[in-house]
Every structure is written in structure tokens, then in C-alpha cells.
Design a protein around this ligand. Sequence first.
Ligand code: R5P
Length: 271
Amino acid sequence: MDWGLKNRLAHIIKPNDNRALMLAVDHGYFLGPTEKLEIPKKTIGPLLKYCDSLMLTRGVQRTSVNPTYPVPIVLRVSGGASIIGQDLSNEQITVSIKDAIRLNASALAMSIFVGAKHEHQTIVNLSKLVNDANEYNLPVLAVTAVGKEIGQKDARYLSLACRIAAEHGAHIVKTYYCDNFERVVDSCPVPIIVAGGKKIPERDALELAYNSIKGGAVGVDMGRNIWQSENPVPMIRAVHNIIHGNANVDEAYELYKKLCQPKPKSPKTKK
Ligand code: R5P
């Protein structure tokens, strides 16, 4: 592996423990102002120091992230569809490699829609993106999109989608946790990162992170289960404790609850 590629991958998957905590805030690219991400700067700011990398679009990066803060960027470069449009799978590559380099991206992210109407287009887009990104040693993260009309979040479908992403050159695959998740990991020759999905109770989300790691994922790319929590900072710190601190679910949940407690006031010193 060339130095540049290795170095960029190390921004995302930490080489000391081979784990990754990616904070996903790219939802607006097809969902618009998602709940609790209406003002991206406000959501992202307090969480930045606890994540290894930030997954977002160039619009949010330029407007809402301090360029002097050294957080590695996983730049979403696919889009072109919306939640109210005809077909979510009708995506194209929307960002040039030049612009990604200008933004100092550590990796590029795009979605493939295996089994959907525009399956062919999105898989070919992945291959072309890998061709272009390889010229500059930029890693590509493929997201295996799911949806009612596409496929179930089960090991059979997700193994198929992840393997196809890896076969077409993705350096990392982002997918969903499922029963028999080990099967998905075993048949995918590149590292897997698990998406958080819709907001669920905090303990359940911590369990998802724990099971993902236990099942062989290198980490999580979590969004809504962090910033839609009533307590986003305690939540990301608890997830961090699982990913990098080897905490189990109980330990992480205890930490979450502890961090939610109001800090005791320090006694006033007499003058
Ligand atoms: C898909 O790629 C989405 O845009 C999100 O990045 C992904 O679903 C992770 O976010 P969440 O944990 O909210 O599902």
C-alpha cells in the first residue's frame, strides 16, 4: 500500500487499536434539515474532540467546521436525490477529486444501492470513483444503502452488498449491523464500519456499537444515536469508551449516566 493511502487510512482507522469512531453528519444531503442537525455548527462543535473522523458534505464542511481544527474528513461525494423525490437510488458522483483535495479529505464516501433501480449506475460510479481516487491515494468508503424497496438488513443481503463494494475497489465499507453479522464481516475483504441507524434508546445504541465490534467491525459511523440523544456529549464519550476503551455495554452505559449527572458546584472560597 502506498504511503499516502496508508497515512490517510490511519486518520480514520486508528493504527494503535485498529478501531474507528466516525461521526456521521451528512444526513442533510438527501434529508434536508434533519432533527437536531438543523444548525450543523451547533451540533458538530461540542462533539468534535471525541470522534476520530467526521463524515459530511462539502457544504457543511465549508460552512460549519472550523478549518483550524485538525479533524480528519470523510467527504460524501455522492448525491442528487432527495427524500421527497422519485428514487433515492438515483445518485451520481457530485464532487470532483480536485475539490476533495482542496478540502483536505482523508477519504471519499459514496453510496451504492444494490438491488435498487439504479444499482448499475451506483456500482459503476463506485468503480470510477476508485479509479480517480487511486491516482491521488485517496481511500474510498462505500456505503451500502438500504431501504424498503431494496433489501432487508439481513446477513444474506448485507454480505452481498458489502462484498460487491469491496470487489469494486472500496477501501472501507459502511453497512448495518444484523443477526449473523460475522458472516458479513468474514466475506468482506476490507474493514467494515457500522452505521448507527434511526434513534433508539441510548443503551440499545451502545449495545449495537458493542456487538458490531464484537462481530468484527473496526468501528461505527454513528450520527442520530449521538446527536439526537438528549445528552450528545455523554453519548459520544460512552461510544468512544466501547470503541477505544474496550468497555462492555454496562460499563459504557454507566459512564453515559455518570456524565449526564450535573457537576457538583465547587465550594466558594472565602476572600
Ligand atoms: C448514510 O450514509 C447516512 O447519510 C449516514 O451517514 C449514516 O446513516 C450514519 O448515520 P446514522 O448513524 O444516523 O444512521
